[in-house]
Design a protein around this ligand. Sequence first.
Ligand code: ADP
Ligand code: MG
Length: 296
Amino acid sequence: KDGRESDKQPSIEDKYVVKDLLGTGAFSEVRLIESKDNGQLFACKIINKKALKGKEDSLENEIRVLKRFSEQARGEGEEKNLFLHPNIVQLLETYEDKNKVYLVMELVTGGELFDRIVEKGSYTEKDASNLMRQVLEAVDYMHSQGVVHRDLKPENLLYYSADEDSKIMISDFGLSKIEDSGIMATACGTPGYVAPEVLAQKPYGKAVDVWSIGVISYILLCGYPPFYDEKDENLFAQIMKGDFEFDSPYWDDISESAKDFIRHLMCVDVDKRYTCKQALAHPWISGNAASNKNIH
Ligand code: ADP
Ligand code: MG
């Protein structure tokens, strides 16, 4: 048949060798892939469509959106450089077959923030402030493009390299609808980063990311989460009340500026919660409030 070759959807194997497993998520796995052209390495997120039963339509829709983004990122669309930020893992290409969706991404090699927290116990205020500034800048940028992450957590913050002072990268931007954080959270049982308005099933927006950044900041500084209960029911109630404390003795040596910053991010009232821009302007991020406190 004429044109059979050109009608055939390009497959990931045409261009890449699929290699080692880098990590797994609820509906997906991430593998190392190598370009057959030049040996360059990338990460590929492989989403199993079957695991998303009943949500195929929203998946199809989201893939279309992602494809447009990756085209724009390569400069093929009208708006160049959309979604290109030094602290956001870049999506380069997408492939699809009957059972799976393949998202080719920039490879980062420094591991998850989560693992460094476990390793270190907690961060100095200087290091935490520096890290959260990068996260806020990236999220502010995405918010300015009209995209909400909805699933910010230490597992989605990856170090670019293994260096001690490596920059941090946010992964999974634009995937929130595919992975649906709400459903994932209840399925996986770790809703500790979810904003109160999400749990209350109110309409929500950009502010949910700021809440999550507040939770992550809290954890970085003391090494344990602000909300915790064995029973999800009780955990939800804590979050919806914004019921957290700066417990003694763990928080005794942490600056008032850091606490003030966190209070403005983990603020139940969405209208009073800081935006990314306001958070970036807070002295703990923009000033030297944190760098003077390098002992903790
Ligand atoms: P989750 O569902 O928890 O968000 P993901 O499927 O996004 O999990 O990713 C699983 C793991 O794969 C990540 O936590 C990380 O360790 C690894 N990973 C994801 N993206 C990349 C990447 N671009 N480069 C290297 N490793 C990655
Ligand atoms: Mg992820």
